[in-house]
Design a protein around this ligand. Structure first.
Ligand code: NAP
Length: 283
C-alpha cells in the first residue's frame, strides 16, 4: 500500500506556478487573487488563511475582503462587480458556504467567468461538461493531478464517486469520464452502496461524514481518494474514509490531512496564474 503524498505533489505544482509567475513578473504582470470571506466561520477562516499563504509562496498578490455576517446580498454583489472591473485582480473567489440569508448561487453567477478561478460559474461548468474549458474546479482537478503524479491510469477503470455535490462529486465524475473511466456516482439514495463501492478500482469519497467508508466497502487493491474534511469524536481532523481499517486493503490511499486538501489550493494557484495569462493575452 502506498500513501499518496498530497503535500509533496502540491509543492511541485506550486513550484511550477512560482516559476511561471517569475516569468510573468518580468513582463510586468503580477497575478492577483481576491478572496472574499463573509462571517466568522472558523473552518472558512483556516481555508482563507491557507489560500493567502499559498499566494505569498508563489508570488501572487492576494487581497482579502473580510466582511461581517450582516453584509447584505447587494453589498456583496457590488463588491464582486468592483472586483470584476479591476485590472489588477485576475481571480475572484468567495469562500462558501455564505452565512444564512445570502445566496451562494447569486454570488457565483455574479463573478466574471474569466475570473472564476473556482470554476463554479454556470458558463465554466458547461464548458467542463463538453471538455472545452479554461478552468477546472480545484478539488477534482487536484485529485486528477495526484493520480497522474503516481502514474495511476484511469483509462478503462471502474471509478466510483460517493457524493454528487456541484463542487466535488459531479465534476469529479466528469473528469474521470474525460480520462476514459467507467463512472458511477453514488449519493444518499443509492441502494446497496457497499456492493457498488467494493467493485471500484478507483473510489472517491466526498460525503462529509467522518470515517464513513470502512474496510467492508473497499475492494482488494483499490485506489482510495478521501476528500472529506471532518472532525472525529475527539475533535481531530479526519476524512470520510476510516483510514486505519481501509489502508491494508488498498493499493493507494490519500491521508487526511496531507492528501486532497493541499492539492485543492495548488490548483487554485494554477487557475489564478492561467486567469492572469488569459487576461493579458498570453497562452
Ligand atoms: P455536500 O455538498 O454535503 O455533499 C455530500 C454528498 O454526499 C451528497 O451528494 C450526499 O448525497 C452524499 N451523501 C451523504 N450521505 C450519504 C450516504 N449515507 N450515502 C451516500 N452518499 C451520501 O459535500 P461536499 O461539499 O461535496 O463535500 C464533501 C466533503 O469533502 C466534506 O467533508 C467537505 O468538507 C470536503 N471537502 C474537502 C475539500 C478539500 O479540499 N479537501 C474540498 C471540498 C470539500 P445527496 O446528494 O443525496 O444528499
Amino acid at each position: 500500500m502506498i500513501i499518496i503524498d498530497g503535500k509533496k505533489v502540491s509543492a511541485q505544482v506550486k513550484e511550477q506556478v512560482a516559476e511561471e509567475t517569475k516569468a510573468l513578473k518580468a513582463k510586468g504582470i503580477v497575478p492577483g487573487l481576491a478572496v472574499i470571506l463573509v462571517g466568522d466561520d472558523p473552518a472558512s477562516r483556516v481555508y482563507v488563511n491557507n489560500k493567502k499563504k499559498a499566494c505569498e509562496l508563489v508570488g501572487f498578490r492576494s487581497v482579502e475582503y473580510s466582511l461581517p455576517a450582516t453584509t447584505t446580498q447587494q453589498e456583496l454583489l457590488d463588491l464582486v462587480e468592483e472586483l470584476n472591473n479591476r485590472q489588477d485582480i485576475n481571480g475572484i473567489l468567495c469562500q462558501l458556504p455564505l452565512p444564512k440569508g445570502l445566496d451562494d448561487n447569486a454570488v457565483i453567477e455574479a463573478i466574471s467567468p474569466l475570473k472564476d478561478v473556482d470554476a463554479f460559474h454556470k458558463q465554466n461548468v458547461g464548458r467542463i461538461m463538453i471538455g472545452d474549458y479554461d478552468f477546472l474546479p480545484c478539488t477534482p482537478a487536484g485529485i486528477m493531478e495526484m493520480l497522474r503524479a503516481y502514474d495511476i491510469s484511469v483509462d478503462g477503470k471502474k471509478c466510483v464517486v460517493i457524493g454528487r455535490s456541484n463542487i466535488v462529486g459531479k465534476p469529479m465524475g466528469m473528469l474521470l469520464l474525460h480520462e476514459n473511466g467507467t463512472v458511477t456516482i453514488c449519493h444518499s439514495h443509492t441502494k446497496n452502496l457497499s456492493e457498488i463501492t467494493r467493485e471500484a478500482d478507483i473510489l472517491v469519497a466526498a460525503i462529509g461524514k467522518a470515517k464513513f467508508v470502512i474496510a467492508d466497502m473497499v475492494g482488494e487493491g483499490a485506489v482510495v481518494i478521501d476528500v472529506g474534511m471532518n472532525r472525529d469524536e475527539k475533535g481531530k481532523l479526519c476524512g470520510d474514509v476510516d483510514f486505519e481499517s481501509v489502508k491494508d486493503k488498498c493499493s493507494y490511499i490519500t491521508p487526511v490531512p496531507g492528501g486532497v486538501g493541499p492539492m485543492t489550493i495548488a490548483i487554485l494557484m494554477k487557475n489564478t496564474l492561467k486567469a492572469a495569462k488569459l487576461q493579458n493575452g498570453i497562452q
